[in-house]
Design a protein around this ligand. Structure first.
Ligand code: FEO
Length: 397
């Protein structure tokens, strides 16, 4: 196995998951990596573990560098199972002198693995730990994206081990941002932000301000997934600033779920109206589009139009699932509209409007259009007008 060195004595010892396609409901079409890092100093330190099935791969990478039994310290930046699943096996193999984690991390580790006998050493923001020639500093990042999350910073090498932040689900044989097709990776970063970090955008803004105020000199950002940012770390930091502050393009996303193509016809008419207003627009049929790809576009769009037929007094099931997922991710500062066909009761449009109201979307005037059975030319014209009003509102926003 090739050894990957970030700086002298600092190594990547993670694992590559080429096959994963579903990450708790998020489609990972390009796989992922579980990054972990080894710092070889007087106290040899392993930062993070990997998902349980990848334990042997991680151990093999460590063996290329040192005997794992020589590891003194383990640092757990975040307890989610994709980074701690292999922790019990690693603890048995390494028997470290200390296991460092945040205060919330200790609770989470015990709740996951029921081992309060491990040699916990709790660290808080600002604390330093000497490894010998070097020291590391800790920065708690609660709820980014777990209660226990923290960063570990290595000042001598100017490396920020950023846990899940600044990562992306992207499997590749290359490890660094200057070795890959960056636009492809940035698309995965946007998807990762939209589907994992979006609800915590206000905390991301605060974190960026905290990191700036601490004047941390950061040359390399080493996240727990995907490529390591050694060439253009500012690219991902600036993207996080854009996404977390809600800056969006003059764009709308039209999402529909149709039973007998009537709602589909209405969705297409809304698209025509958006085009008439000169707004960029994207159309997604929930029958053929994945919710996590749609959320990536919502992250970057000012407008959202939702359309569903009514079934049994409710939304069609794919739309019900989608709005449940979207509500959890808390998109903010959007302009919304709703439409849909029905047979006899027609609750779907009201339910969609309620979802957008809960999310504090600004609804365009007369934002909801519903039609019994197959839309007439007149109804389709109303849908065009709705799209046009949405497009004009987006352009003014
Ligand atoms: Fe990559 Fe929150 O785990």
């Amino acid at each position: 196995m090739a050894i990957t060195e970030l700086a002298k004595g600092v190594y990547w010892v993670g694992a590559i998951d080429w096959s994963i396609r579903n990450f708790h409901g998020y489609s990972t079409s390009q796989g992922s990596t579980y990054n972990a890092y080894l710092v070889v100093d007087e106290k040899i330190t392993l930062i993070d573990c990997v998902k349980e099935p990848f334990f042997e791969e991680q151990v093999q990478r460590i063996r290329e560098i040192i005997d794992p039994a020589k590891i003194d310290y383990l640092i757990v930046n975040h307890v989610e199972m994709d980074h701690s699943g292999a922790l019990p096996q690693m603890m048995d193999l390494v028997k470290p002198e200390k296991l460092f984690c945040s205060p919330m991390g200790q609770k989470a580790i015990i709740d996951h693995f029921h081992r309060d006998d491990w040699p916990f050493a709790v660290v808080k923001s600002g604390e330093q730990l000497s490894l010998g020639k070097r020291a590391v500093q800790f920065l708690e990042t609660r709820m980014l994206h777990w209660p226990d999350s923290m960063f570990t910073y290595l000042p001598d090498e100017k490396i920020l081990f950023s846990s899940d932040a600044f990562g992306q689900h992207f499997a590749s044989s290359e490890r660094f941002d200057d070795e890959v097709n960056l636009p492809v990776v940035m698309e995965q970063c946007a998807k990762y932000y939209a589907n994992i970090l979006y609800p915590y955008s206000p905390l991301v803004q605060k974190l960026l301000q905290t990191v700036a105020s601490l004047k941390l000199d950061i040359k390399t950002i080493a996240p727990d997934h995907g490529v390591i940012w050694r060439d253009k770390p500012n690219t991902i930091v600036e993207a996080y600033d854009t996404w977390s502050s809600g800056k969006c393009a003059d764009k709308a996303v039209v999402i529909f779920n149709t039973m007998w193509h009537s709602t589909e016809k209405m969705a297409e008419a809304v698209m025509w109206g958006l085009a008439d207003a000169g707004a960029q627009a994207l159309l997604f049929d929930l029958d053929s589009s994945h919710r996590s790809d749609i959320m990536t576009e919502i992250l970057r769009a000012k407008g959202v139009a939702l359309g569903s037929s009514t079934i049994n007094n409710n939304l069609l099931p794919d739309m019900a699932g989608f709005v449940s997922y979207m509500k959890g991710l808390k998109p903010f500062d959007k302009i919304g509209a709703a439409f849909g066909s029905f047979g006899w009761s027609g609750e779907a449009v009201g339910l969609l409007t309620a979802v957008m109201t809960d999310l504090r979307f600004a609804l365009v005037d007369d934002a909801a259009i519903k039609h019994k059975y197959v839309p007439t030319r007149q109804t389709l014209d109303q849908c065009v007008a709705l799209g046009k009003r949405l497009g004009e509102a987006i352009k003014k926003h």
